[in-house]
Design a protein around this ligand. Structure first.
Ligand code: AP5
Ligand code: MG
Ligand code: ZN
Length: 237
């Protein structure tokens, strides 16, 4: 771990943005650098789905339509994941909170153990670019890392390069045109108001999400601490 990473140990962050903004892509880079746990509500639901649990079966219908899974299910699932963490353990939330009720429930639960969110990074991307990205997005069945088809040929990697046995790559059931349109509409109606909630708490950093992955990553790091971005270059770039 670098000394710069150590200064961010224990940070509790929210990675916020519309479907296809690059939350999962940036989380893969940030979790390594900041030494924090990546907690994605969508990944948790898909894990339940692939294990055939009751919660997964309940979530499936909502997810495939591109609408939010009810709060009573979602809030409990995420709080069960971060509740048992020690107060000095850092995490990066991705896809949660997604409405003001979830944001308030998160604040209340953290306050009970003297914890709080340190920063919310909002990745801004225009709707047309979201639609373009999601029609060309594939994920690993094992670790859920996202991939894009090659811009020129459309070719997709056969296996995940992050999983020891090369996880199978597939297209999500909610990346159909109809579900993507719903997800973007739900984002604007139900999720975007969470930005005002965090702005009022002085926690919000807006970053441009339309440049190359590396530039977005630099902007995310810079939003945490001005010197951190210069100190870090991801090995993949
Ligand atoms: P979830 O899994 O959270 O999906 P989402 O928010 O719709 O976001 P995505 O995962 O589609 O996009 P992303 O921002 O992670 O982008 P990615 O990095 O993959 O939620 C799914 C469903 O679960 C919801 O619809 C809901 O039903 C349910 N759910 C989840 N959380 C919930 C909650 N809190 N409450 C209720 N229901 C909930 O990138 C996308 C593509 O773009 C990839 O191909 C990537 O390679 C590419 N890309 C990334 N960055 C760049 C870049 N800078 N330039 C070009 N391409 C890029
Ligand atoms: Mg994602
Ligand atoms: Zn993988």
């Amino acid at each position: 771990m670098t000394p710069q990473a150590m200064t961010h140990q224990g940070w509790k962050l929210v990675l916020f943005g519309p479907p296809g903004a690059g939350k999962g892509t940036q989380a893969q880079l940030l979790k390594e650098h900041l030494q924090v746990a990546h907690v994605s509500s969508g990944d948790l639901f898909r894990h339940h789905l692939s294990n055939g649990t009751e919660l997964g079966e309940l979530a499936r219908g909502y997810m495939n339509q591109g609408i939010l899974v009810p709060d009573d299910v979602t809030i409990g699932m995420v709080l069960d994941r971060i509740g048992p963490m020690s107060p000095d353990e850092g995490f990066l939330l991705d896809g949660f909170p997604r409405n003001v009720k979830q944001a308030q429930a998160l604040n209340d639960a953290l306050a009970e153990s003297d914890r709080r969110i340190d920063r919310v990074i909002h990745i801004k991307v225009a709707d047309a670019e979201l639609i373009r990205r999601l029609s060309n997005r594939y994920i690993c069945r094992v670790c859920q890392k996202p991939f894009a088809g090659d811009a020129a040929t459309g070719a997709v990697p056969a296996r995940c390069d992050d999983c020891p046995d090369g996880g199978d790559i597939y297209q999500r059931a909610d990346d159909t045109a109809a579900a993507v349109a719903n997800r973007i509409a739900v984002y604007h109606q139900e999720t975007a108001p969470v930005l005002d909630f965090y702005q009022a708490h002085g926690l919000l950093s807006d970053i441009a999400g339309e440049g190359p992955v590396e530039s977005v990553n630099q902007a995310a790091l810079a939003s945490l601490q001005p010197n951190l971005a210069k100190a870090f270059r991801p090995a993949a770039f």
